[in-house]
Design a protein around this ligand. Structure first.
Ligand code: URA
Length: 241
């Protein structure tokens, strides 16, 4: 984004509602490149112009990116009347238009990207792009080497829905097993359904990575941090079939 109205610039950066920021502008509290600008519809360049509000520099952030370790019990949605959502967890953000990139089930934990960058989200979620997602899971039941092959060949999770080849790593195998599974799509309840099909049950599910983005070990469930510049660059440059 380059040229936008001054009142939009200030409202986007959460200085107030459109009418509040218009009032600030008319009262001369805003400087653009050290000049008083009293007109709310003056155009400013978000990349070049220096905007001061009562002497405080207000730089423009087009996009924000957060990595959340989603805790169990919250919905992957923006707002909900009845349940807490992942956006209720994020505090101190600037942009009002944040959303979670994709969905984890309410009882699933782990990596969730939260941003307002619609283009990046579209690329990561597009069914054509097959972005890898890796999960850790605890399984009620015995996961066996033969299942590695079954998942690698693709498995019917519904009568007419076959999964793409997935990579299963068995960490422990017994009455309860622990596994890592990498899938290349995001069908509804996909991991749970895949294990149902081999007569087992997922009892704990956590997403570890999505594309190049890996869950930060330092984040406890419910904690989040901004993505680093290199994490953002890497996500933007994911080349997928
Ligand atoms: N697969 C599932 O079954 N649930 C999730 O939350 C994510 C992947």
């Amino acid at each position: 984004m380059a040229n936008i109205r001054l009142d939009k610039y200030l409202a986007d950066m959460q200085l107030g509602t459109r009418s509040q920021v218009k009032e600030y502008i008319r009262k001369g509290r805003i400087l653009v490149n050290n000049n008083n600008v009293m007109s709310p519809n003056a155009k400013v360049d978000t990349k070049i112009d220096i905007i001061l509000f009562d002497g405080r520099n207000i730089s423009y952030e087009d996009f924000e990116y957060y990595m959340l370790n989603k805790p169990a019990g919250v919905l992957s949605a923006t707002r909900d009347k009845h349940s807490d959502t992942v956006l209720d967890i994020i505090q101190g953000f600037t942009r009002k238009d944040l959303f979670p990139v994709g969905r984890l089930d309410k009882d699933t934990e782990g990596l969730l990207l939260i941003t307002n960058d619609g283009m990046l989200a579209h690329n990561l979620l597009s069914p054509k792009k097959h972005v890898d997602k890796t999960y850790f899971a605890k399984i009620n039941g015995k996961v066996l080497p033969k299942h590695i092959l079954e998942f690698a060949n693709g498995i019917y999770i519904e009568e007419d829905i076959k999964t793409l080849p997935a990579t299963l790593k068995i960490l422990t195998s017994g009455i309860e097993s622990e596994i890592e599974l990498t899938i290349h799509e995001g069908k509804f309840h996909q991991v749970k359904k895949m294990f149902e099909k081999i007569d087992t049950e997922v009892t704990y599910l956590k997403r570890l990575s999505m594309g190049t983005l890996v869950l930060d070990d330092n984040l406890q469930p419910g904690e989040y941090r901004k993505l680093t510049d290199s994490e953002i660059e890497d996500l933007k440059s994911i080349k997928v079939e």
